[in-house]
Design a protein around this ligand. Structure first.
Ligand code: BGC
Length: 500
């Protein structure tokens, strides 16, 4: 099998990796952990453009919006509003680092339950908010919830899935994020018409949190996590359910026990271990993958699309419809990745998706430059606005089958057991930190760089596509316990990893 220009033994048949009904159901339930993150992304974008919400909590933004009408790029350039949206990411960042220990100590499933419950309390606080303090406190709790679940869920999926189909199972997390976004957008479409609609939108976040928490209560933890916590008998049951009754699960269990014993014997601090030279490739990926995912500009496109369409006279309804269309395109493309990721691999998706996004961003920049003028004061003719929407869909599809799902999948599958939860925690923290920094800067950037903002992200997309070509090995089909091989055979990373 070719892996980024070199070969790796196909170990996928080392353990019987059949897809059973039980493992499918379990993983779908677990993946619903993505719902709360997606719902929040979708809701917060919409709520912060609702007049009654702004009037109650951020009246200064409304005044500013009235003044800035002439320039489509500067309408929402408000630091207070950005601080509100971003408080979730700072809380999530802190939570994901704590979650590393929690996920190891109490298991993946229990961390998901804790995350779901914290999110639920945050949602209730937000729905009933009477002042900014309640709003921010609620948002911090939502952040903790998302931090925990984003840390534990991708690991859960990777450990539970049969190696041969791990990619497909992994993409389901992003699929649920996508569902959350679309549902939230549709809901905002309805609630925007009610004066207290923002309460409904924020409060209804309770629903996805109940769905995921109850779901998590019904599933068992992953065999790896159970073994890690000394529950070998339960791990055997979990593995038998996942792999099927007629499959000999003992070799896979023995491998997990062996790895876990080695980890315990070494008794190392994972946050120190991950900085050892032999884990340099892992560490680089933990930082680079989520960092690059955010620099695709996905959240900026998602935020900007409704503003753009509204400002060119499509009306607020059409603006929301435009974001719903984008969300649906994104969802469909994630399904495409589910079918491709284990057949043709991760790299091909990264490369194709990346190229498609570069074309989309550059084209959007060109259309905006030509139609709105350098100052952004000219109106875009309707036909061109539709063209922008089409280009954004092309971009969203590219994201949906590449950096969207793969940014959760790759970090969950490349780390050896001893640094798995730590590596994933770093990765989630970097995702949140980058989202935070971009959110702080992008409205100002849009206001000053105007359509050039899209070229900025296109530049990053070129960089990350080159990074994938040179440094990201193919991981398709390789069991988690054999993943060290991909580094040993990589033209660059081989110098860091020691041969066993
Ligand atoms: C990203 C989010 C993004 C979402 C869009 C996730 O993978 O981490 O930042 O908003 O995809 O669907």
């Amino acid at each position: 099998m070719a892996v980024g220009g070199f070969a790796v033994d196909d170990n996928s048949r080392a353990f019987s990796g059949r897809v059973t009904a039980s493992v499918v159901i379990t993983c779908i339930v677990a993946a619903s952990g993505g719902l709360i993150f997606g719902y929040d992304i979708g809701i917060s974008g919409g709520v912060t453009t609702m007049q009654p919400f702004l009037k109650k909590f951020f009246p200064v933004v409304l005044r500013k919006a009235a003044d800035a009408k002439t320039n489509i790029y500067c309408v929402y350039d408000s630091h207070v509003l950005t601080a509100f949206t971003s408080s979730l990411y700072i809380a999530g960042l802190a939570a994901s680092l704590v979650a590393s220990r929690l996920t190891r100590a109490v298991g993946r499933r229990n961390t998901m339950i804790i995350g779901g419950l914290t999110f639920l309390i945050g949602a209730a606080l937000n729905g009933g908010a009477e002042n900014v303090a309640m709003l921010i406190l609620g948002r911090i709790l939502l952040g903790f919830g998302v931090g925990f679940t984003n840390q534990a869920t991708p690991i859960y999926l990777s450990e539970m899935a049969p190696p041969k189909w791990r990619g497909a199972f992994g993409t389901s997390f992003q699929f649920f994020i996508g569902i959350g976004v679309v549902v939230a957008n549709c809901l905002n479409y309805g609630t925007a018409k009610i004066s207290w609609g923002w309460r409904l939108s924020l409060g209804l976040a309770i629903v996805p949190s109940v769905i995921m928490t109850v779901g998590a209560l019904l599933i068992s933890d992953t065999p790896s996590s159970l073994v890690e916590r000394g529950k070998v008998a339960q791990a055997r049951d979990s593995l038998r359910k996942a792999r099927g009754k007629d499959i000999d699960i003992e070799p896979e269990l023995a491998e997990l026990v062996k790895t876990s014993e080695a980890v315990k014997a070494a008794n190392e601090e994972p946050f120190v271990t991950i900085f050892e030279r032999q884990y340099r490739p892992h560490l680089v990926m933990a930082f680079a993958i989520p960092f690059f995912q955010q620099l695709t500009g996905i959240n900026i496109i998602a935020f900007y699309a409704p503003v753009l369409f509204q400002s060119v006279g499509f009306g607020s309804d059409s603006a929301l419809i435009a974001s719903i269309i984008l969300g649906c395109v994104n969802l469909l493309s994630i399904i495409v990745s589910t079918f491709i990721v284990d057949r043709y691999g991760r790299r091909i998706l990264f490369l194709e998706g990346g190229t498609q996004m570069i074309i989309g961003q550059v084209a959007v920049a060109c259309v905006l430059a030509v139609t709105t003028g350098v100052s952004g004061t000219k109106d875009i003719p309707r036909g061109y606005a539709v063209l922008v929407l089409v280009l954004m869909c092309i971009y969203a599809a590219g994201f949906g089958w590449s950096w969207g799902p793969l940014s959760w999948l790759i970090p969950s599958e490349i780390f050896p057991m001893k640094i798995r939860t730590t590596g994933q925690a770093i990765s989630v923290a970097v995702n949140f930190a980058t989202t935070f920094v971009l959110a702080q800067t992008f409205l100002t950037m849009l206001c000053h760089f105007k359509y050039g903002t899209f070229l900025f992200y296109a530049g990053w997309l070129i960089t990350m596509t080159l990074f994938v070509i040179l440094f990201v090995p193919e991981t398709k089909g390789i069991p988690l316990e054999s993943m060290y091989q991909v580094w040993e055979r990589h033209w660059f990373w081989r110098r860091f990893v020691s041969l066993p």
